[in-house]
Design a protein around this ligand. Structure first.
Ligand SMILES: [Zn+2]
Length: 117
């Protein structure tokens, strides 16, 4: 029973976090627990990312910020291996080009504007 209560609290916290971010249109930035690109053998550091979407103008910034806080996230290519990655508040995962096409996409040069640590 305790386990269930705990996961509900985490879910509630996640929902509050998302709602607050969406309301204030906060800039998407994240620190992932996994420090590297999700593709094996790539080795690109992708732990803390400040996407700096404002650098791309409102036509890109506005829809991607909403998508981020609505838990949809967005797709972007890894700056090193160029494979598609699905970035969300909860994590990052490898996806196919077809899956990326179904998601909002970061601009091709996103990693030149972003702060990646
Ligand atoms: Zn990579």
């Amino acid at each position: 029973m305790e386990q269930v209560a705990e996961s509900l609290d985490v879910q509630k916290m996640h929902d509050l976090y998302r709602a607050g971010g969406e309301k204030r249109l906060m800039a998407p930035h994240i620190v992932y627990t996994d420090p590297l690109c999700p593709y094996p053998d790539c080795g690109q550091q992708l732990q803390a990312i400040d996407f700096r979407l404002e650098a791309h103008g409102p036509a890109i910034h506005d829809p991607l910020v909403l998508s981020w806080w609505r838990d949809v996230g967005f797709a972007g290519r890894c700056p090193k291996c160029s494979n598609w990655i699905h970035f969300t508040i909860r994590g990052k995962r490898p996806i196919s080009a077809d899956e990326a096409d179904a998601l909002p996409k970061l601009p091709e040069d996103w990693h030149q504007q972003a702060l990646i640590l």
